[in-house]
Design a protein around this ligand. Structure first.
Ligand SMILES: *[C@@H]1O[C@H](CO)[C@@H](O)[C@H](O)[C@H]1NC(C)=O
Ligand SMILES: *[C@@H]1O[C@H](CO)[C@@H](O)[C@H](O)[C@H]1NC(C)=O
Ligand SMILES: *[C@@H]1O[C@H](CO)[C@@H](O)[C@H](O)[C@H]1NC(C)=O
Length: 356
């Protein structure tokens, strides 16, 4: 009897041992996993605080529609546009007329009460464009949302005082030094935007858009243009291949892009996104502009070259079609452009750029 008991006691002890060590292992593994998560969480918090020292206003991105408003039935077999690319190889949408329902977009964003900071540089003779820019912007740009304009100018007294702005829309004037060359505006803009974000804009807005002043709105530019990192495709280069883009091709510049690389050529006249993302963009471009300057290099298209380098390495989450950055010089001819929304006005560049 005693011997029989010992026979089955041994396997039982072994089994119990195995089970106990498994439980101990699983328990300690879950603790170490939790500890790692916590450590990572803490780390990323620290990094973001350490690097930026700024707190960002968070935006929730889910779409909420009221009961009244339903989207039109979308059919998977029907492409909305077949004449143009509507999605990038990295799955970012390209916004064209016909790819979205303005009513649905407006309804989806209405409840968030978002504030969009908008920077615009009206330095030297460029101040003459500010009135029409603002007037058209009030009509078409982010209508129904809070828009805080930040006008950077060397002549605050010449900012039109007769503008009437819509509800929730404000104009702030920031004085900047007079620049000697027109290229200087383009070289200093990133730095000035970065500093302005750090000093006050980050507390006041959810998104930021950086626009050129010698432009006019002709059609809706609404919340369909909002995203984490948003850039617009240049109206003169969208049928070209990347080896033909006017990227900076000299390897001495930090904006250098080899001939076999590139996605799109973006125009710097409009870019934007979440405050944190644009802060990182302007900071990086500013640093690269300074490195170039220290070795006496000026990239082919100044900040636009650096913007293109940045957007090649950091893919935009949304692209605006050339509807959003047209050029009046190109006229209305292109058949893929169903609606010109924002466009460069025709000007005598020699005259406007001399003795800025
Ligand atoms: C909407 O946002 C603006 C600007 O941040 C603020 O002044 C206003 O009180 C907000 N309105 C509502 C209803 O929350
Ligand atoms: C407002 O001022 C601008 C010049 O700054 C002028 O071109 C425009 O006609 C004025 N508009 C009105 C309504 O007075
Ligand atoms: C552009 O401006 C320059 C300098 O003021 C002038 O010499 C030239 O004639 C102007 N060109 C046109 C097409 O008006």
């Amino acid at each position: 009897m005693r011997q029989k008991q010992q026979y089955w006691l041994l396997p039982l002890l072994i089994t119990a041992g195995i089970v106990t060590s498994w439980i101990t292992y699983l328990y300690s593994a879950s603790i170490s996993l939790k500890w790692q998560e916590k450590k990572v969480g803490l780390n990323s918090e620290c990094v973001s605080k350490h690097n930026e020292g700024l707190l960002w206003r968070q935006v929730q991105h889910q779409v909420v529609l009221s009961h009244r408003l339903q989207s039109k039935q979308a059919m998977l077999k029907e492409a909305v546009r077949t004449d143009v690319l509507t999605i990038t190889p990295w799955l970012a949408p390209i916004v064209w007329e016909g790819t979205f329902d303005p009513q649905v977009i407006d309804e989806a964003f209405k409840s968030y009460n978002l504030t969009i900071a908008t920077t615009v540089f009206a330095v030297g003779k460029y101040i003459r464009f500010l009135h029409d820019f603002l007037e058209s912007s009030e009509k078409y740009f982010m209508v129904g949302m809070n828009v805080h304009y930040y006008v950077f100018t060397d002549m605050p007294g010449d900012v039109p005082g007769n503008m009437s702005l819509g509800v929730g829309r404000r104009l702030n004037i920031l004085k900047v030094p007079k620049f000697d060359r027109w290229q200087e505006i383009s070289l200093r803009r990133m730095e000035l935007i970065q500093n302005a974000i750090e000093e006050y804009i980050h507390q006041e807005a959810h998104y930021i858009f950086c626009l050129d002043v010698d432009m006019r709105f002709h059609g809706r530019v609404g919340p369909e243009a909002l995203g984490k990192l948003v850039a617009a495709i240049h109206p003169w280069f969208y049928w070209y291949t990347h080896n033909q883009f006017p990227y900076e091709r000299r390897s001495i510049s930090t904006a250098y892009i080899p001939l076999d690389q590139g996605d799109f050529y973006y125009q710097a006249n409009i870019f934007g996104g979440a405050m944190e993302d644009i802060h990182r963009l302007t900071k990086t471009c500013r640093e690269h502009l300074e490195v170039d300057k220290s070795v006496g290099v000026e990239a082919l298209w100044q900040e636009e070259s650096h913007l293109n380098w940045y957007l090649l390495k950091n893919k935009p989450t949304k692209l605006l079609s050339p509807e959003y950055v047209w050029d009046d010089l190109r006229g209305p001819g292109a058949k893929e452009i169903k609606l010109v929304r924002f466009s460069s006005v025709i000007k005598n560049k020699t005259e406007i750029r001399e003795n800025i």
